[in-house]
Design a protein around this ligand. Structure first.
Ligand code: ATP
Ligand code: MG
Length: 429
């Protein structure tokens, strides 16, 4: 195929054989969030570039080198959203739904775009389910977010393969004091830092903490620790969070180097990480961002949220073989009809059955074909039963009912009794 007719590098088609697992994952998350009282919000995938610069921060990887930015026909600079929080904050402000301290518990799902180096678990178009809560400032809600994800891992059967890492970044004031101490320390060891860290020391010094460079990591061993700079309020908040996780029995590891890539975090930050996916180990990440709404022009509004990467979690389900059996089968019953008269009767019969059993996955053969070829298709569809309408059946106003997966002989069922019969033998999803 010519180059122009290929998908863009790092942007994937999700093929029909993969979508059942995606839908199972997305459905499981959506049900769980419903049950905890979260409401879905849907934002555009394109926003003014300025929105991301102001919220994510000019000196972050995303804004510096990962955004898909272009000019539209009006000459406005637009950007494909690299994450969801900025647009969500823009939306709640624009519609005034967090005004007067109104609590909002929101979630969203959709594609995000970052110009990164594509590899397993890292793509240029990827998908997130994200969640944001506004106007609740206590550790109880931070805990709820983590408890929900813990339940999700349990329902998906991947709980043993993920680990919770926690840190507190304090208020912006205490973080400021810490930043000063860190800069002073790192400046004294400037020559031992890798080039990237030397640059970050000037632009975004906290990011030096999550360097992958071994020499810089060695320097960091004796660096000042954020925990020693936490103000009383942040300390109490963090203790409150840990007490709640302890109460529910959720294990965690404190990771003082966890700073997250974005500028806007404060107090709680967390990541769920796994060692099952190679280098792309973070499946869900989030934290508190009490200053963000104000920074974006709103009234001071506490906020906390997270986002999970759907590709990575689907990959986890595949890697750990946690794929529920029932999602593999797409068809319950396959109807074969031979001859034009049978085809017409079959169509009408299928619709009658659907009226009575709206959840039945009933596939009607299309494209006619011999007995042998229709039967082959019925078998290949994965259906549990074939329904057969030929001359004999038409004459007697019955349908042949044939189990395709072992178990039992073919029987004849009267048309009027078909729906009731199917109801007894097909467990409807
Ligand atoms: P990473 O450190 O892996 O680059 P990040 O800190 O940039 O992640 P966030 O912005 O916190 O990621 O996004 C939340 C989640 O979205 C990540 O934990 C990950 O599961 C997923 N994610 C982020 N970037 C990508 C990507 N390029 N491809 C696939 N999933 C991604
Ligand atoms: Mg990243």
């Amino acid at each position: 195929m010519s180059k122009s007719l290929q998908a863009i590098r790092g942007m994937n088609d999700i093929l029909p054989e993969q979508t059942p697992l995606w839908r199972y994952f997305e459905g499981t998350v959506a049900r769980l969030l419903d049950n905890y009282g979260y409401k879905q919000i849907r934002m555009p995938i394109v926003e003014f570039t300025e929105l991301f610069k102001r919220s994510i921060g000019e000196v972050t990887d995303i804004v510096e080198k990962e955004m898909y930015t272009f000019e539209d026909r009006n000459g406005d600079s637009l950007t494909l959203r690299p994450e969801g929080t900025a647009a969500c904050v823009r939306a709640v402000l624009e519609h005034g739904i967090t005004g007067g301290g109104q609590v909002q518990k929101l979630w969203y799902i959709g594609p995000m775009f970052r110009h990164e180096r594509p590899q397993k678990g890292r793509y240029r178009q990827f998908h997130q389910i994200g969640l944001e809560v506004f106007n609740l400032d206590g550790p109880d809600i931070d805990a709820e977010l983590i408890i929900m994800t813990w339940r999700l891992w349990g329902e998906l059967g991947i709980r043993d393969a993920v680990k919770l890492e926690l840190n507190s970044l304090g208020t912006s004031e205490s973080r400021g004091h810490y930043r000063e101490a860190l800069v002073e320390y790192l400046s004294a060891h400037h020559d031992k830092l890798d080039e990237d860290s030397q640059r970050r020391l000037k632009t975004n010094p906290l990011r030096v903490l999550d360097t992958k460079n071994a020499d810089t990591q060695a320097v960091l061993v004796d660096a000042p620790k954020m925990a020693d700079y936490l103000d009383d309020e942040s300390r109490a908040h963090f203790e409150g969070l840990k007490a709640r996780l302890d109460a529910v029995g959720i294990p965690y590891v404190l990771n003082p180097k966890l700073v997250r890539g974005l500028d806007y975090y404060s107090k709680t930050v967390f990541e769920w990480v796994t060692d099952k996916l190679g280098a792309q180990g973070t499946v869900c990440a989030g934290g508190r961002y009490d200053g963000l709404v104000e920074q974006m022009g709103g009234k001071p509004t506490p906020g906390v949220g997270f986002a999970m990467g759907i590709e990575r979690l689907v990959l986890m389900l595949e890697t750990l073989e946690q794929i529920p059996q029932e999602i593999a089968r797409q068809v319950d019953v396959y109807l074969c009809a031979f001859g034009e008269e049978a085809e017409l009767a079959g169509l009408a019969l299928a619709e009658r059955v659907r009226d009575e059993l709206p959840n039945l996955r009933l596939q009607v053969n299309a494209g006619a074909g011999s007995f042998k070829s229709q039967f082959k298709k019925a078998d290949k569809s994965g259906a549990l039963y074939a329904l057969i309408l030929g001359d004999d059946e038409m004459a007697q106003q019955v349908v042949g009912f044939k189990p395709l997966r072992g178990q039992g002989e073919q029987q004849s069922i009267a048309w009027d009794a078909l729906a009731a019969h199917l109801a007894t033998c097909v467990v409807q999803g």
